[in-house]
Design a protein around this ligand. Structure first.
Ligand code: F0G
Length: 467
């Protein structure tokens, strides 16, 4: 609980699940297995005072010193921030050593976006290759506490891979609903290898999500999509880790890709809690970037003055879902994001933006991130594409400190990457009167493999050509 800028008051732990709709605010015990408010249907969030351990300086020191410890909990980039988490001291933590991901300075990307400096927080360096692990460790720990038998999710691939791994570690059965033919090979391979029961559905992610919510009414099933507030609790710790890496100097902007909008909600919650605890003196502007063909949230932002949504009620029909979302960035091919109200509140509170970028912009930004020696999956590259656009529009200034959160590893979607470099990245272009035609993207930064005869001379000649 906040008592001034640097002191955290000693308070008993009294956290609870609470409806995130301000006009409702119904409270529930932490151990009630719920995904939305029984009174009004709103999403739940964890509220209540943080565990107190003294001053902000003590807290920072203790979080940092845990990195030296050999204990599993301390080694996790989520659980070392455990004062922020709603779990008792002896919780049966299921961890794969998630978090503690690198923050890279990226000069090529900065030049590309016309910024002085740009840093990339690479959440693709998590154990299963995406940011989902930071929330899955807390969601599966809660599943074990509740004695759940089966954990379930709907997924575009990364949540599935992450759940499959953590469920295996927690000895839980695991079921996954994915849209048939729309999940990358690497993500599907992970889920299969970790022993999940993978159910491919005829439909898109939004259909899977709807069915997952219906299935979760069964008592034996625990739903771990990002509407689960315990997922959000783990994911919010990324805010603390990022600020620690910035030596607690708050960046001006933090940019994330947006799909189901759990990640932006979690980061916003994290920054707000750190502010309320006196660990930071202001909030970074949090902006969300969507793909044009799957951008209902960006459309909402373009149409409305969202500053009025910081705290008041938000009408259910404000967001118009996209019936057939399309983008080659399959991770964010989502037309009816579940957590849009939570995300809208934190983005507007921070003063950030919600915009969309084209397939071409995503593809080129991804290639630039690759040239840094860093790389990411297509959805993550929407961040750099979005930053370039926000700088061009004058919303981000050249000298400002900007962090892009890369959400998934380069190897998550190697088909996309190879097709780009082989100049064969096709998409269904629906721009003209709904008549769909296949269009090849321009591959400005492509780097195709070359074939030469198997001789020393031929190889040398080829290498000379490129110097
Ligand atoms: N980036 C990647 C790589 C993702 O996998 C996702 C979401 C997002 C961004 C968007 O994050 O949904 O919190 O706004 N993937 C989910 C999945 C939907 O099932 O793996 P969000």
């Amino acid at each position: 609980m906040r008592v001034g800028k640097t002191t955290i008051e000693q308070t008993p732990v009294a956290r609870r699940q609470q409806c995130s709709e301000p006009q409702c605010g119904a409270c529930y015990d932490l151990n009630e297995r719920l995904y939305d408010c029984s009174r009004c249907g709103g999403l739940l969030e964890i509220t209540g005072p943080a565990v107190a351990i003294g001053s902000a300086a003590t807290l920072r020191r203790s979080w940092r010193s845990r990195r030296e410890s050999l204990a599993t909990r301390d080694g996790s980039g989520v659980w070392r921030f455990r004062e922020l988490l709603p779990f008792p001291e002896g919780a049966p933590v299921i961890s794969l050593g998630e978090g503690n991901t690198p923050l890279y300075e990226a000069r090529r990307c900065a030049n590309y976006c016309r910024l002085d400096i740009l840093t990339l927080k690479h959440q693709g360096c998590n154990p299963t290759g995406s940011f989902k692990d930071t929330g899955m460790t807390t969601a599966i720990t809660q599943a074990v506490i509740l004695g759940a038998r089966t954990a379930l999710c709907a997924s575009t691939g990364n949540t599935a891979a992450s759940l499959a791994a953590y469920a295996a570690r927690g000895n839980l059965q695991c079921a996954i609903l994915i849209p048939q033919g729309q999940v990358s090979h690497a993500k599907l391979a992970q889920s299969l290898d970790y022993g999940a029961q993978v159910v491919e559905l005829e439909g898109n992610f939004d259909d899977c999500m709807r069915l997952a919510r219906a299935l979760a009414e069964d008592e034996s099933i625990y739903l771990v999509n990002s509407l689960n507030p315990f997922r959000i609790e783990g994911q919010k710790t990324v805010a603390a880790e990022l600020l620690e890496q910035c030596d607690w100097r708050v960046p001006d902007h933090v940019i994330v890709p947006g799909g189901n909008l759990g990640n932006s909600s979690a980061l916003g919650k994290g920054f707000t809690e750190l502010f309320n605890l006196g660990l930071i003196g202001r909030l970074p502007k949090l902006s969300v970037i969507q793909a044009e063909g799957a951008g209902p949230f960006a459309r909402l932002f373009a149409k409305h003055d969202v500053t009025r949504f910081k705290s008041g009620p938000i009408a259910d029909d404000l967001l118009l879902p996209v019936a057939e979302p399309h983008t080659l960035a399959s991770a964010i091919r989502i037309g009816a994001p579940v957590s849009w109200k939570k995300s809208l509140r934190v983005v507007s509170l921070s003063g950030g933006w919600i915009i969309s970028v084209s397939e071409q912009e995503i593809a080129d930004a991804k290639a630039i991130i690759g040239r840094e020696g860093i790389g990411c999956e297509p959805a993550s590259a929407a961040t750099v594409a979005g930053i370039k656009k926000l700088v061009a529009e004058g919303r981000i200034k050249q000298h400002e400190q900007v962090v892009a959160v890369l959400t998934g590893h380069l190897l998550k979607d190697s088909d996309y990457t190879i097709n780009y470099h082989r100049q064969a990245l096709f998409l269904d272009d629906r721009s003209t009167d709904n008549i769909s035609e296949r269009r090849c993207l321009t591959t400005t930064f492509s780097n195709s493999p070359v074939r030469v005869p198997a001789s020393r001379d031929a190889i040398l000649k080829q290498l000379e050509r490129n110097t």
